[in-house]
Write a protein that binds this ligand. Structure first.
Ligand code: IDP
Length: 140
């Protein structure tokens, strides 16, 4: 297994409920390192670009509106097999289907307001990290 980097977002439902630390604890307990982190408010243009693969989906407008509705925390996570590891730690998109102990099972409110984003491939992780971080701001 190789050391990888993945991109994570703590979504507005997490910051609204003051869950940043609680979610980060689950991330760190799983052995992933938070090697970059910044709290931002996503612009409409940033959210639209970030989720452009979903542009044709019926929930796209709602998703963009949600992601710009409050602060988010963007992060780079590093560790062995980080992309797949974080997907496992996050749990299924729909919290009703998320496994016990996962972030979404513990904290998510609904399929839309589901607390975290994590890249779905190593290739997308690199693309997503570049949208929010410069290499000099990632400290492994
Ligand atoms: P993922 O975040 O688990 O990778 P995706 O299918 O890539 O899931 O969807 C991206 C995001 O779009 C989800 O995390 C969720 O916030 C939102 N989303 C997905 N499906 C629905 C839906 O049916 N209704 C509302 N929002 C949805």
């Amino acid at each position: 297994m190789a050391t990888e980097r993945t991109f994570s977002i703590l979504k507005p439902d997490a910051t609204a409920r003051n869950l940043t630390g609680a979610v980060n604890a689950v991330i760190e307990e799983a052995g992933l390192r938070i090697v970059a982190q910044r709290r931002i408010r996503m612009s409409d243009a940033q959210a639209k670009k970030f989720y452009e693969v979903h542009a044709e989906r019926p929930f796209y407008g709602e998703l963009v509106e949600f992601m710009t509705s409050g602060p988010v925390v963007v992060q780079v996570l590093e560790g062995e097999n980080a992309v797949a590891k974080y997907r496992e730690v996050m749990g299924a998109t729909n919290p009703a289907q998320a496994a016990e102990g996962t972030i979404r099972q513990k904290f998510a409110k609904s399929v839309g307001e589901n607390t975290v984003h994590g890249s779905d491939s190593l290739e997308n992780a690199a693309i997503e990290i570049k949208q929010f971080f410069e290499e000099k701001d990632i400290v492994g």
